[in-house]
Design a protein around this ligand. Sequence first.
Ligand code: FES
Length: 44
Amino acid sequence: MRIVTEDGDEVESDRFVVAICRCRRSERYPLCDTSHRRSRRDPR
Ligand code: FES
């Protein structure tokens, strides 16, 4: 699967299902890496 961002960057993923990050905290942005689950006060 190829994702093209608003900026025109292209990201490839071989996952069957991908989630798009809306919180912008993902280290794999634009793909969600579940960083949105972490508390801002308690980064792990
Ligand atoms: S939505 Fe941003 S890390 Fe999941």
